[in-house]
Structure formats: C-alpha cells, structure tokens
Design a binder for this molecule. Structure first.
Ligand code: GCO
Length: 439
C-alpha cells in the first residue's frame, strides 16, 4: 500500500435520525422525520424512528466497537430538536447526551466529527415553512452557536449541511423525504436558504473563535452522458448545473450558475448580501459518494433523466461505478479550489444474513469498500489534498424512506434485540486501517 499522510483519517459515519431512537426522551421535540414516519405509505413497511437501533442508550457499546475496529474518526450528527426548544433555548438533557458521547469517544482516542444538520429539522420550524423560509436559516444559526459553545471544546471538525441536494430536491421536489413536497418554487427557496444556513454556520464558527475546521458536506454527483450523442452530453451538463453547481459554486466561488439565475426567479431575487455569507471561506469539504449517474436527454423541463447502464448493482439498487470515483473527487477538489477533501460517506447496502449466531459474510461489501478506498487514495497522485475516508455506515440503521430494509453497516444489528455483530467487512476495515498505519 502507498504511504499515506500521517494524519489521514479512517472513519465511519452515522446520523442522529438513523441510529438514535429515544425520539421523545429527555425533552426531545418532534422532528420532521418523526412526523413523516406517521404519514401512511411514506416509509417502507411502516417503519418508524422511535427506537431505531437505540444508539441513544447503547452509545458506549458502539464506541467500544469503533475502538475495536480501529476507526480513528467518528462522524455523527446532532439532533437539533434534541438540544434546543421552541424558544431556541438549550435543552440541557439533550446536550448532556452528546457530552457523554463526545467524552466516550475521546476516552478511546477517537476524534469526533460533527455534522450540524443531517435532516432532522424541528417540527415547529417546518410549521413556519421549513427551509422555504429564511427564518429557518437564522434559527439554524442560533442552533449552531449553541453547538459551538457547548461542544467545540471536544470537537475540532465540523460539517454544516449534509447533502444539500437531498434537503432541497429530494424533500421539496421529488417528495420522497420529509416534508414530502413537489414544488420547484419551494425547492429553489430551500436551495438558497440551505446555502445561506451553511454560510451562517461558518460565520458563527469564526465569531465564536472555535479552533479546528469547518466545511460543507456535499453529494456532488458529476453525472456523465449515457452516450456520446450531443444531446446527452448537454443533458449531463444541465444535470450537473442543477444538482451540483447550484451548491458548489455559491459556497466555493461566490455565485450561482448563470443559466440557473436566468431560469429561476427565486434565486435571481435572493437578497444580494446573502452571497457574501454563503461564500465565506471554509477549511475543508466533505464529499459523499455512492455512484455516478449516467443521464440522457429528456423533454422534462430539466432536460435530463437518469439511465441504468450495465454496471453491477448493490441492493439499493444502485450501480457500482468505482472507475468514476477518482474523476468525481478530482472535479470536486477543483471546484473547491484545492482545499482539503474528506470522503465523508461511501458504502453500500446488501441483504446481509446473520449466520451461526454471530457471523455475517458480506464479501460484496468488502469488494466495494476495498475498491472504493483504493480509488479514493489514487487521487493523492492526481494532486488532490485528500485527508480522510469515512465508511457509511457504522451500523445497520434506518435508511430513510426504505425504513430498515437496507443494511449499510459494518456492524449488523438484529432489529428485534438490537444486538450488534461485527460483519466480515468490519474485520476487513480493521485490517486495512492497521496496514495503512504501519506503512
Ligand atoms: C445520504 C445520507 C445517509 C444515507 C446514505 C445511504 O447520503 O443519503 O447522508 O444518511 O443513509 O447516503 O443512502
């Protein structure tokens, strides 16, 4: 194996909604995902996040498992409605949970990486329009200030908004995530307020004098044309403009793409001063990658639609496009002006089976992870300042609209008993990290 920078991070990631449970304990208020789960037909199997994998109560066991695997960074998100009440005042019991978790991590020598927003908006803010309302971005600023004041002594790595594409398009246009709307106008409002919220978090971080680094976490897709037909090439360009550049250009370069400004009144009319906040310099950037989309021309407004080409598949079912991963990382790094990059999520879902009361032979996940980690590391030779890699996910967990039907974890969870078992991929990752650190 090639020599890695001495501080290269090997981590794993989760998100509050997906693992914590304890949905109404210790003063936690409802989030839009608590509400969404109650709506008929929104989540496979009628699954809910009420108990999830009970990380809220089992965090110590989970930290011990991380330490056994040898993970040196743990990326998790803070649940906004757990730590703040409707008057934007702190909820001390919720704060105490994260303090316990942070102390447990540091005790084992694991560096925390906090995601400030991984989709659990407090329901009381959704009642005021959620991300379509700029007030939501300013409430987020207040929440970030609280997080920095309470947790920055434990954590020096912060991510602002996780996957802005999902918070806007998937939630306000395609409707498969909470709050489940189908409106382009709402989507564009959400896009802008999410970008603004990111910038407000960066500003609050600097104002609070926090040490360490802060940056966004973007699932930049860098779609490719399905064929060399000029219409498909144009479709891929449009797709990237609307799904990636709409987030990367404002944050890293201080402007929206020209053609989107021409087409979208909401963005054209956004308050002019906002861009100065959105484009405040960041220290690093997180890239979430699962697969590359291939697109062709379609007469559907956007001018592009995805096609499934003949690639191997995971159980999502998502294609496996590992050869495109280095291109994606390189493109992201270039858009981000060469700042340090972390792969903040990468992984796959398979229909894992628990055998012999404790073994999970997830060979396909090992292949997926090995090939993707090596593909990511190959970008170091291309001049990318790659600083780390996080497997999605530490544990099997609640996969949004798919409920518990998709298993992404290095650790298998029996959903009845909540018992944890290391999968073969966890042993693979352990060995991979040990070897990498020895070179
Ligand atoms: C996302 C989220 C994760 C998902 C994972 C698999 O990337 O969509 O950040 O919460 O669980 O990506 O879909």
């Amino acid at each position: 194996m090639k020599k890695l920078p001495y501080d290269f991070a090997f981590g794993s990631a989760t998100a509050s909604v997906q693992v914590e449970g304890a949905w109404n304990e210790d003063g936690k208020l409802p989030s839009i995902w608590d509400d969404f789960c109650k709506r008929k037909g929104k989540i496979d199997n009628g699954d809910t996040v009420e108990v999830s994998v009970d990380h809220y109560h089992r965090y110590q066991e989970d930290v011990d498992l991380m330490a056994y695997i040898g993970i040196d960074h743990y990326r998790f998100s803070i649940s906004w409605p757990r730590v703040m009440d409707e008057s934007l005042r702190p909820n001390e019991k919720g704060i105490a949970f994260y303090t316990r978790l942070l102390e447990a991590l540091l005790e084992k020598g694991i560096k925390p990486a906090i995601t400030l927003y991984h989709w659990d908006l407090p329901s009381f803010l959704q009642k005021q329009g959620g991300w379509t309302n700029p007030l939501c971005a300013y409430a987020f600023e207040a929440y970030c200030k609280l997080c920095f004041s309470r947790f920055s002594r434990y954590c020096d790595m912060w991510f602002t908004m996780n996957e802005p594409l999902c918070i806007s398009y998937v939630s306000y246009l395609w409707g498969t995530h909470a709050p489940g709307y189908h409106s382009m106008e709402k989507t564009m409002k959400a896009v802008h307020n999410i970008n603004l919220a990111h910038g407000l978090a960066v500003r609050a971080f600097r104002d609070a004098g926090c040490k360490g680094q802060i940056g966004p976490c973007i699932n930049a897709s860098y779609s490719k044309p399905a064929t060399q037909d000029p219409r498909d090439i144009e479709a891929a360009r449009r797709d990237n403009c609307y799904k990636t550049d709409i987030f990367t250009l404002p944050v890293f370069q201080g402007h929206y793409p020209e053609e989107i400004l021409r087409e979208q009144k909401v963005l054209r009319n956004a308050p002019k001063g906002d861009m100065n906040i959105i484009s405040l310099p960041v220290d690093m950037a997180g890239l979430n990658y699962y697969h590359t989309d291939y697109v062709k021309y379609a007469d559907n407004g956007l001018g592009a639609e995805g096609v499934i080409l003949d690639f191997p598949m995971t159980d999502m079912p998502w294609t496996i496009t590992v050869d495109d991963f280095p291109f994606c990382i390189k493109s992201f790094s270039e858009q981000a002006n060469g700042i340090p990059i972390y792969i903040t999520e990468n992984g796959c879902a398979y229909d894992d089976v628990l055998e012999n009361d404790g073994e999970v032979h997830d060979i396909r996940r090992i292949d997926y992870l090995r090939s993707h980690i090596n593909a990511a590391l190959s970008t170091l030779d291309m001049g990318v300042d790659l600083k780390g890699y996080f497997v999605w996910s530490l544990l099997d967990n609640f996969e949004w609209s798919y409920g518990y039907s998709k298993r992404f974890g290095l650790i298998y969870v029996d959903y009845m008993t909540k018992r944890r078992c290391l999968k073969d991929s966890a042993f693979f990752y352990k060995e991979f990290i040990e070897n990498a650190k020895q070179v």
